[in-house]
Write a protein of this length. Structure first.
Length: 404
C-alpha cells in the first residue's frame, strides 16, 4: 500500500486533499500523515483524516521526521517560495514529492531540488495538470513524430481578469518576494503558468523534455498599482532550432479569453484549447475533444502512482517544469516592470464592493500581437518599453534581473 502525506489542506490544498481522500477511499493509497497549521479553521477535514488513522501535525518538519522512511509520496500544495525546502525535506525523509506549479521561483531552486533527487533516489513531480491529459499527450506525440513538419512558431494567449480579492487571498499574491525569498508571482508564473509551460513543452525535441531556450525578450507591465509584480506580459523565446515561442497574458482585460495555443509547422498546424484540439494536416483536418475532463485530476493521480512503481512512467518532471522557471527568470532579466500610465487604466467596481483594474485597449492589442506573432512597439501604445534580448543557453542563476 502506498503511504501518502500532505502539507496543507486549504486554498489549492483542498484539491490535493480531495485527490488523496478519493484514492484512499478507493483503496489505492493510505493517507498516513498531514501537516496542517490552521487546524481550527480546518476542523472538519482534520476530523475526517483522523477517522482514517491519519496523524496530524502542525509542523511539516516534525511530520517528515516522525515518518522518515515510511512515506512514499508527499503532496505539497503550498506557496511558490516553499516548494524547494519542502520538496527537498520530503525526499530526504524517503518520500517522493508532488509540488504545485510553478516548480520554484528561481533556476537555482530547481537545481537544489534536482540535487536532492540525485542524492535520495526519489523524484519530484510538478502539478501542471493539463500536461497529464491524454489530448496533450497526443499533441506532443504528433509533434515529435513530425506530423506537421518542422515547427516554426508556437504561441499562446490568455486574458484572465483578476480582482482585488485575488491579490489578497494569501500573503504572497502579487508579490515579488516574501519571507521565504523570491516568489515572482505573475500571470505567467501562477494563474496562467500552465499555458506558458505548455508551449515550452510542445517545443521540446523529445516527448519527455521542453524546448531548449537560446534567448528571451519580454515586456512586463503593471496596471494594478496596488501590487508589486507584473500583471500584463508579452514574452518571446527562441529555441536553438529556430522555433519562435510567443506568450501573451494579462489579468487586466475587459473580457475573459483563452487560453489558446497554436503550433505552426511547415506542413500544418495544431490548435490546443482546454476543451479540445484541432489538427490541420496537409491532407485534412481532425478535431479531438478531450478524452476526459480537461482538468481531470485522476489523470494526474494515476500518473503519480504509476511513477512510484515505474521510473519510466511519465510525470511533469523538473526537466519540463524547470524550463518554465528558466523562462520566468529570463523574462525578469529582460524587462523591468513598467507602470502603465494612469490615463490608460480604469478601475471597475462591482456591486459587492470588490473591484479590479482594466488596461484600456489591452484585449485588442494582445489578440493582434497573437495573430501577427510579435512583441508590441510604440506604434501600438506610446508607453511600450522593449526589454533586452537575453541569452539563456548558459543561464544558471537568478539574482533579481531588472528587479535589482
Amino acid at each position: 500500500m502506498i503511504n501518502a502525506a500532505i502539507i496543507g489542506v486549504s486554498g489549492f490544498g483542498q484539491v490535493h486533499y480531495r485527490d488523496l481522500m478519493r484514492y484512499h477511499n478507493e483503496g489505492r493509497l493510505k493517507i498516513a500523515a498531514a501537516a496542517i497549521i490552521n487546524q481550527e479553521q480546518e476542523a472538519e477535514k482534520c476530523a475526517l483524516l483522523r477517522e482514517l488513522g491519519c496523524v496530524i501535525y502542525d509542523d511539516y518538519r516534525k511530520m517528515l521526521a516522525d515518518f522518515k522512511g515510511r512515506l512514499d509520496l508527499c503532496c505539497i500544495p503550498t506557496g511558490i517560495g516553499l516548494h524547494r525546502p519542502m520538496a527537498v525535506a520530503a525526499m530526504e525523509s524517503g518520500a517522493s514529492a508532488f509540488i504545485e506549479k510553478p516548480a520554484a521561483p528561481t533556476v537555482q531552486d530547481v537545481d537544489a531540488i534536482r540535487q536532492a533527487e540525485r542524492a535520495t533516489g526519489r523524484f519530484t513531480a510538478v502539478g501542471y495538470q493539463s500536461i497529464y491529459q491524454p489530448m496533450t499527450r497526443r499533441v506532443k506525440e504528433e509533434l515529435v513524430a513530425g506530423k506537421i513538419g518542422k515547427v516554426q512558431c508556437i504561441k499562446g494567449v490568455g486574458l484572465w481578469p483578476r480582482d482585488h480579492r485575488y491579490y489578497t487571498r494569501n500573503n504572497w499574491a502579487g508579490k515579488l518576494r516574501d519571507n521565504s525569498g523570491w516568489v515572482l508571482d505573475s500571470p505567467f508564473n501562477n494563474a496562467l503558468a500552465h499555458y506558458l509551460n505548455l508551449p515550452l513543452f510542445f517545443g521540446g525535441e523529445t516527448f519527455e523534455t521542453s524546448a531548449r531556450l537560446e534567448s528571451i525578450q519580454a515586456q512586463l507591465y503593471r496596471v494594478n498599482s496596488e501590487i508589486e509584480t507584473t500583471d500584463t506580459a508579452m514574452i518571446h523565446a527562441v529555441s536553438p532550432t529556430g522555433i519562435d515561442i510567443y506568450f501573451y497574458c494579462t489579468h487586466n482585460s475587459q473580457e475573459h479569453f483563452g487560453p489558446v495555443i497554436e503550433i505552426r509547422g511547415d506542413k500544418g498546424s495544431i490548435i490546443w484549447k482546454p476543451n479540445g484540439v484541432t489538427f490541420n494536416y496537409e491532407n485534412g483536418q481532425e478535431t479531438l475533444a478531450p478524452l476526459a475532463d480537461p482538468h481531470d485530476r485522476n489523470a494526474v493521480m494515476d500518473a503519480l502512482l504509476a511513477r512510484l512503481e515505474n521510473p519510466q512512467a511519465f510525470t511533469c518532471s523538473l526537466d519540463i517544469a524547470g524550463t518554465h522557471v528558466l523562462a520566468v527568470n529570463g523574462a525578469h532579466e529582460s524587462s523591468p516592470i513598467v507602470p502603465v500610465p494612469a490615463d490608460n487604466v480604469e478601475r471597475l467596481t462591482m456591486e459587492d464592493g470588490n473591484y479590479r483594474y482594466i488596461c484600456r485597449g489591452i484585449d485588442e492589442l494582445l489578440h493582434r500581437l497573437y495573430e501577427e506573432e510579435r512583441l508590441p512597439n510604440a506604434s501600438d501604445f506610446p508607453w511600450i518599453k522593449n526589454g533586452e534580448k537575453i541569452p539563456m543557453a548558459n543561464y544558471s542563476r537568478f539574482d533579481g534581473g531588472k528587479l535589482r
